[in-house]
Design a protein around this ligand. Structure first.
Ligand code: M6R
Length: 608
């Protein structure tokens, strides 16, 4: 989704803006632009396409100046084009704005401003903001922005400059993420920490409804009413190198390979002496006893982790769990009581639908536990309890290490509940923990056989459609495997509960159609094999994924078998998804796609 960078200081802002925007490329975008105060005034350069296009314009004619704002746009209102790109200016070109989010009442404001003489040039909602601020300006940019924000409905983060006060950069946050970087004689704004990490590790995270006024030597945080806020600075202790490719061809491949570490880090000190220790959550055994049902709410891949979470909690704790897609949850009038524990899952912690579901759950009196990868994210700050997944920054749009770390978080939480409530005895808990602790090495063993997946992927990449099937937890992983493949290879695929194929979808199986079949779930394996036979009998070309030791038997029913190290069936998703991630990765490569930045998608989806 859109990325914002802003700079005020002693360096040439154009360079800082471009380098910051490059760090935000992972969010997904279709155009980019910058506005800089030069000797000639407030100058804007913007272009549809990749950052390289904008850079080539800037090479021809650089914008030199110490204060500027930059933006990568992911189109919502109006197609990707030069004119719809940000920054947007007002009719006098004295005010310039970059924006992430949506202004819901922009048409109403546009009519009003146009009637008063504003000349609109783009189809965007953002342009309204620059005209609105200009119309409210009476010699104080901070007051003009505050008045404008009061007139705007929606979710947004803004960076604002005006030629009238060329030393100030104004930042606003209302439901879209924005951080402030604090340097020596220079200050920054950014949609995300990597945008500014090259220059400073000292950061303020703006909360909803807050703004900041930056000059080169000062940062003032305030409410929209102008009340100054004092806040402790956040020191970023992770490295930019962690957020860079480290020799891999893509962020996705790097992140796939980081999974053994992500598993270890997420388990970390949360396991001691055969028990789970979750010091960070404030739920006492008494409070856990009150939990009558669990709702898990998330989007996309995080939702798929939630499907695994449902089976894990139901199996270990024996309480009912429902998993919902966040964009549906609050509109389906869910039954939420004070005894409902709502678990929201989000890598970024900024996904608009997930955040809205969290707020709805809290409004209904539920306790909310967040599983998120970003410390200080909106989800982390608004939830009652947080389990942080220590996967490290995930840059590729396709989620890999964040998904598997979410699975680890669910295993830990399920075990913790079962242990604290005395539902499972200590021997059982210790057995699952021992199996959990083996997972990192087992993942490593799969990664060492990545070439096998390359071979499968090159075959699969020749097809335009395929199926993923499985039963129980294998079905949950099939859904994730299918999403991953669609997202980066653009090959159509569907995931089916293996037993459900014969109720309609089997009609689509024809000669050579690839079918990825997962069969790791104990007593369900035989049943899955029957479903596989239904497929091969109709010409389907099946790739089977089983535990080591089962490959001989499976080989009789499928065209290829890939064996993963054996673990408990409950933990199988944490292993069986790894070859599917690799399959998608290599299929995407085989088709010549941009693996890290698939078309039409954004890393962090901050609009509903
Ligand atoms: O940041 P979140 O986990 O809340 O993101 C949710 C989805 O947008 C995300 O998982 C998406 O489905 C991934 N791109 C899939 O790889």
């Amino acid at each position: 989704m859109c990325g914002i960078v802003g700079y005020v200081g002693y360096r040439n802002s154009q360079d800082i803006l471009i380098s910051g925007l490059r760090k935000l490329e992972y969010r997904g975008y279709d155009s980019a632009g910058v506005a800089v105060f030069t000797n000639a005034g407030l100058e804007v350069k913007k272009a549809k396409g990749r950052l390289a296009v904008l850079e080539s314009h800037l090479e021809e004619r650089p914008l030199n100046g110490g204060i500027g704002i930059g933006h990568t746009r992911w189109a919502t209102h109006g197609k990707p084009s030069d004119v719809n790109s940000h920054p947007h200016t007002d009719t006098s070109s004295k005010f310039s704005v970059v924006h992430n989010g949506i202004i819901e009442n922009y048409l109403e404001l546009k009519e009003e401003l146009a009637a008063a003489g504003a000349k609109f040039v783009s189809e965007t909602d953002t342009e309204v903001i620059s005209h609105l601020i200009a119309s409210l300006y009476e010699g104080d940019i901070v007051k003009a922005v505050q008045k404008a924000v009061k007139r705007m409905r929606g979710a947004f983060a803004l960076g604002v400059l005006t030629e009238h006060e060329p030393e100030k950069l104004v930042a606003v946050r209302l439901a879209s993420p924005l951080i402030i970087g604090v340097g020596e004689g220079e200050n920054f704004i950014g949609s995300d920490i990597p945008a500014i990490l090259e220059y400073t590790r000292n950061v303020y995270i703006l909360n909803d409804g807050e703004m900041a006024v930056l000059t080169k030597n000062d940062v003032t945080l305030m409410t929209m009413e102008g009340n100054v806020i004092s806040r402790e600075m956040f020191h970023v202790d992770w490295d930019l190198v962690t957020a860079e490719k480290a020799g891999f061809d893509s962020f996705m491949l790097k992140e796939i390979h980081e999974q053994p570490k992500a598993y270890r880090d997420t388990m970390g000190s949360r396991i001691a002496d055969g028990r789970v220790v979750l010091k960070e959550i404030g739920l006492s055994a008494d409070q856990l006893k009150q939990v009558e049902r669990v709702h898990i709410v998330a989007c996309g891949t995080a939702y798929h982790a939630g499907l695994v979470g449902k089976s894990v909690i139901e199996k270990l704790v024996r309480i009912p769990v429902e998993t919902d897609v966040a964009s549906e949850y609050r509109y389906r009038d869910p039954i939420i009581t004070p005894n409902t524990l709502v678990i929201v899952v989000s890598q970024s912690g900024e996904t608009a639908d997930t955040l809205a579901a969290l707020r709805e759950a809290k409004r209904c009196g539920a306790r909310v536990l967040a599983i998120t990868n970003v410390v200080g994210s909106s989800v982390a700050r608004e939830a009652d309890d947080v389990i942080t997944t220590w996967a490290g920054p995930e840059i590729a749009v396709a989620s890999t290490k964040a998904y598997t770390s979410q699975l680890i978080a669910f295993y830990l939480f399920g075990l913790y509940m079962a242990q604290e409530l005395g539902i499972r005895d200590s021997a059982y808990i210790a057995e699952v923990i021992a199996a959990l602790e083996q997972l990192p090495e087992q993942v490593q063993a799969i990664l060492e056989r990545a070439e096998d997946m390359k071979v499968y992927a090159e075959q699969v990449a020749k097809h335009n459609s395929l199926f993923f099937i499985g039963r129980g937890l294998d079905y949950a992983v099939a859904l994730e495997g299918s999403l991953k493949l669609k997202e980066i290879s653009y090959i159509h695929s569907e995931a089916y509960a293996a037993g459900e194929l014969k109720h309609g979808t089997l009609a689509l199986i024809e000669d050579d159609i690839p079918v990825i079949a997962l069969a790791t779930q104990g007593e369900l394996i035989e049943k899955t094999v029957s479903n596989i036979k239904e497929v091969t009998a109709r010409g389907g070309y099946v790739y089977g994924f089983v535990f080591e030791g089962d490959e001989g038997e499976m080989a009789k029913s499928v065209n290829h078998v890939f064996a993963i190290p054996r673990t408990l069936p409950l933990l199988a998703p944490a292993l069986s998804v790894i070859p599917l991630q690799l399959l998608s990765y290599y299929a995407s490569l085989a088709r010549g796609n941009d693996v890290d930045k698939p078309r039409n998608l954004a890393k962090s989806v901050t609009v509903e």
